[in-house]
Write a protein that binds this ligand. Structure first.
Ligand code: C2G
Length: 445
């Protein structure tokens, strides 16, 4: 009996897949089909897969062509499978030509001609088409434009900013709109990164016109404004999502799940530090008006693990800050301490002070250490009293998490499901910290 094996994601199973499976089967008597697991696809950069593993397996099963279906979970598994199932022929589409020649040491390798004119990416693009407008003038816009290329179905419609000169220099190949209204007319959704002070205005304007919004955190500088905008988004059936890319990083997400299992015992402390030295020209008052002070630039990211781990019902909060431009509330360094009924937390943020940007979560049995820069981490350790019990975890992160954030945003819009990786209550609490800071409820150093 000649055994043939082939592998694929088989997302939105189409004619090209079926033809490949038929030809692979015709090469022998028994066909094994390896369907890729979600995590394996993510690790090889396939982030747009729309169907779950079970749906994809069911679709392959329904063709009736496969004699056996297995799941492909790790790099190098093909060698294991070929040996284990005593495979004679490995077959795959010729888009992979040369890539699997290393398997010739184990079996025959055959590249079959790929069917032209059909692909999962195209089908996904057809299914979804989202015109995304950009608002603001930060250099992060450039990253968003680049990262959007990895997300099927997103087209950048253009950019609007109060600071035309800065943004034109930054994004010279993107259409600039002189009026926000006109950009909104040509967009289904907007990504906002205007000065934090203008978020409320810019979000409200977009939501009023029934456009979905992804806004760089903080959503607003006041709790009630934040809640009002979430209400408005609900009324207008729009997605309002806070952009903190860390929340969409696999390592961070898995780390949160792991601490919830009790692996380090009862959680007692979270310490998060985020700093980056930035030259700010304080004499340019117009720029200062739109500037991101340290608490708004870094605060939401540093607050995220505190609120996601301990919640928002703390007893006390103390903000200590080095404020070096009073008019625009510009802090070069800020430290916030939280006292919970049974735990403590503290964050340090700064654009004028440098420190080790790590994250430490302490429990009664051990602690989690996420090395700097923890907010775009791929790696963390769980450490115990006895070092031989320590465990290390690695999860690949591409594009600092922005592409995953965009995929989540598009999925939320498509599914009409307003659940994102950051709860509304946490967004409001972040806004409340910002509000206290702006109102001067701080200790100054
Ligand atoms: N295919 C094809 N014609 C198309 C599209 C796909 O012949 N128009 C083939 C591919 O070449 C592949 C199979 O169908 O052999 C499955 O394609 P995908 O679902 O896109 O999976 P892929 O990313 O190619 O996964 O490690 C290798 C992978 O598991 C193969």
């Amino acid at each position: 009996m000649t055994k043939v094996i082939t592998y694929g994601t088989y997302d939105l199973l189409h004619y090209g897949h079926i033809r490949l499976l038929e030809r692979a089967k015709a090469l022998g008597d028994y066909l094994i089909v390896g369907v890729t697991a979600d995590d394996f696809d993510k690790s090889r950069g396939k982030i747009n897969v729309q169907q779950s593993l079970m749906e994809r397996i069911e679709a392959v099963k329904a063709t009736g062509i496969a004699d056996e279906i297995i799941i492909e979970e790790y790099e190098g598994q093909k060698i294991d499978d070929i040996k284990k199932y005593e495979v004679d022929i490995f077959a795959i589409g010729d888009d992979w030509i040369g890539k699997f020649d290393y398997l010739k040491a184990y079996c025959q390798v055959i590249y079959l001609e790929r069917t032209k004119g059909v692909s999962s990416s195209e089908l996904r693009n057809k299914k979804r088409s989202l015109r995304l407008g950009l608002v603001g003038e930060s250099d992060i816009l450039k990253k968003v434009v680049n990262e959007s290329k990895y997300v099927n179905g997103i087209q950048i419609s253009g950019v609007y900013s109060d600071d035309k000169d800065t943004v034109k220099g930054l994004l010279n190949d993107i259409k600039f709109y002189d009026k926000y209204d006109e950009l909104l007319n040509d967009s289904d959704a907007v990504y906002i990164i205007s000065g934090p002070k203008y978020h409320y205005r810019d979000i409200k304007y977009a939501l009023d016109r029934k456009k979905h919004v992804l806004c760089e955190s903080p959503i607003t500088l006041s709790k009630c404004e934040c809640e009002e905008l979430f209400e408005l988004s609900k009324r207008n059936k729009c997605v309002l999502m806070e952009a903190i890319k860390t929340a969409y990083s696999m390592a961070y997400h898995r780390m949160l799940l792991l601490v919830e299992t009790g692996i380090i015992g009862i959680l007692k402390s979270v310490e998060a530090t985020c700093t980056s030295i930035r030259e700010i020209d304080k004499s340019d008052r117009k720029k200062m008006d739109r500037s991101w002070n340290s608490i708004s630039a870094w605060g939401p990211t540093a607050l995220l693990p505190v609120f996601q781990i301990f919640g928002i019902d703390y007893r006390e909060r103390k903000i200590v800050t080095w404020l070096d431009d009073e008019e625009y509330c510009y802090d070069s360094f800020t430290k916030i301490d939280f006292c919970y009924p049974e735990a403590v937390a503290s964050i340090k943020v700064g654009q004028g002070v440098k420190s080790e940007g790590d994250l430490i979560i302490s429990g009664t049995k051990g602690y989690v250490y996420v090395p700097a820069p923890w907010w775009k981490t791929e790696y963390f350790e769980v450490r115990f009293e006895r070092p031989e019990n320590n465990r290390r975890y690695f999860y690949q992160l591409d594009g600092e998490g922005i592409r995953y954030e965009l995929v989540s945003f598009v999925r939320a819009i498509e599914s009409g499901c307003l659940i994102t990786n950051i709860d509304k209550e946490i967004s409001s609490e972040i806004a409340s910290v910002m509000e206290d800071f702006m109102n001067g409820n701080v200790i100054r150093i």
